[in-house]
Design a protein around this ligand. Structure first.
Ligand code: FES
Length: 152
């Protein structure tokens, strides 16, 4: 399992695509120091909340295994994977059951499985095998310029 760190390289000069159906007028992300952006990958201004869009790993590095990715600013550890249909999913790496850091989690169908007690969390954050588990914290994710962008 690889653990790439967030980079500060600017996105390529080419306007990126946003999934299968990019909205008209899409702008490429703008980078600020520390890898944060005041704009979303779709060019929408942040609403002034605490969330920032952070450039994550390359799209090609996220697939059908769980990738552990660490952001330095803001400090956060994230699990990334793709569903069987190819949709990228990002969730906080801390298990909502007992806060175990799931750096050794594995993918079971479209759910990430915590190795400590075996709780599995689907792409919507809901636990799929224990009824009373709290939900995993899903993180907003978009693809642009060959990277995944995370709403941290
Ligand atoms: S800490 Fe993850 S299932 Fe218990």
């Amino acid at each position: 399992m690889s653990v790439p760190a967030s980079g500060d390289d600017p996105p390529s000069a080419r306007a990126g695509s946003l999934g299968d159906n990019p909205p008209p007028g899409t702008r490429r992300p703008t980078m600020h120091e520390g890898g944060m952006s005041a704009m979303s990958p779709a060019g929408e201004a942040n609403s002034g909340g605490a969330q920032v869009w952070v450039r994550g790993p390359r799209s090609a590095d996220v697939g059908r295994t769980v990738l552990v990715w660490r952001s330095t600013t803001p400090a956060r550890t994230v699990l990334l994977w793709r569903t069987r249909s190819g949709t990228p999913v990002a969730t906080d790496a801390h298990c909502p059951h007992r806060a175990y850091l799931m750096v050794d989690a594995r993918l079971v169908r479209d759910a990430v499985e915590c190795p400590l007690h075996g709780y599995r969390f689907g792409a919507d954050g809901r636990c799929v095998n224990f009824r009373r588990s709290p939900d995993a914290q899903i993180i907003g994710v978009r693809e642009a310029d060959g990277c995944l962008w995370l709403a941290l």
